[in-house]
Design a protein around this ligand. Sequence first.
Ligand code: MSP
Length: 530
Amino acid sequence: MSNKTFFITTAIDYTNAAPHIGHAYEKVLADVIARYHRLCGTPTLFLTGVDQHGQKVQQSAERENLSSQEFATQVTRHFLDLWEQLDIQYDQWAATTDPRHTACVQKILTQLHDQGLLYKAAHKGFYSIRQEQFLTDKERDASGNFGPEWGEVVEIEEENWYFKLTDYREWLLGFLKKRPQFVTPAFRSQELLHAVEKFTNDLCISRPKTRLAWGIEFPFDRDYVTYVWFDALINYLSFSGYLAEPGANLPKFEDWWPAQTHVIGKDILIPAHGVYWPIMLHAMGFEDDQIPNLLVHGWWNISGSKISKSLGNVIDPKLLAEKYGTSALRYYLMRDISTGQDADFSEDRLHTRYTTELANDLGNLLNRSLNMVSRYHESVLHASETSSPAIESLDAVVTENLAQYHATMQKFEIHHALEAVWKIVIASNGLVEASAPWKLAKDPAEAEHLKAVLYHLCEKLRKISLLITPVMPAAAAQIQEQLNWTPASEQDLETLWSATLPDGHTLGKPQPIFPRLELPDSDAATETNA
Ligand code: MSP
């Protein structure tokens, strides 16, 4: 067991609307990485949660005639239920209305204020009363006007608190050049560097209560609440125990910080996580090596378009999990995208992968192997020393792909890790075809050979079950149950891998783990206006 620790976080989801497939993807991705590290025996902390403050939540609550707190609590429930349904095994839940978080944000604001890094200044600009936001030239239409979507636009002057972001621009440029691994994938690092080079403004970190009441109050100026991004980013610190009061029931900060990786989507790298966040940490006094790295994933789109409620193409992960099962949905979300790139969500592809890779390749391997042991040996396995070129070649595929699995998992390339596992699945099916156990069973001279083939198939299934545990924990447990083998929870992958099913081991009953889908014609999970 390694004594190093592994700490991973995700973005915290806005509670202004119910979760969609993009939110589910990010949580599954982080969960897979966390489960992989736990499986390897590394003490792991996985932090995720919800971003409950801000204008969008306040506006959605007003539309529903609810208080902002009631609305945020209601939407938070959807997220909590979904993470349970999708087997997201987080260790720490971050909800930004939690008083432990509020206290931490206020302590940080006070500290930055005491350090002279915050100042109050007036800003004059065009303000949309309907959208309750300042407009910039970007919002002007081709004729230079603010379009009707902005409603009444007035020029106002407003005082706010600013954080001296620009004082740290040179430091950030140096940091980015010194720490190329700060952002994965590398092409995003380049984008960030270019954005920082053009960065010229300090960060407005307050909103007057007269305009937005739903936020964390400024400890030294009670007419203001904290800008939602400044509040939200601090979740990574507050919920890992930073500046926690005794008895706060939070992790011990020194045991975990810095996180090995913050998992975020490409839309929130610039400026929030790539500019504000490292500068906030640096200004608070964190050393460079105490600043976490970022894993920036791409987006799921629908036929090349952004998923959005207004386009009516929102995919409900809850319905998909009900229809295909949690394991299959998690598998699809990890298999059909390359981490860092965008992908097109397609229920047809999910269906195809279910039928071919899950039901035909893996499900069938389990089913036929168990059935053959049942038919030829009354479900009892016999370890045999006998080998054959086909068995040896399968063993070589296993060794090669185990190494590939680890190498790609460590680089967060889950789709490649699954590809490696499927090479083992396919090669195991290949052993069935090459050795034709139904023929061996008819020839007494092949009795030992038959024992060896069946034993190897079940051993490979046991190993496959271990490798798929991070992506499909429920399916892995089902395979293990059918093999009548329970991995000891305190043992790590390496130990479990080299354990073997004993001679004379009795297997369980075969049951399809990916049953044939009885689907109605319509796409139940995809709401489409088109
Ligand atoms: N609340 C902020 C994050 C604060 S972190 C300190 C936020 N919330 S969000 O709900 O809009 O997005 C949460 C995460 O989901 C982000 O990382 C975002 O990139 C991700 N996704 C939202 N839509 C997505 C897709 N269509 N595909 C993949 N991920 C997507 O931003």
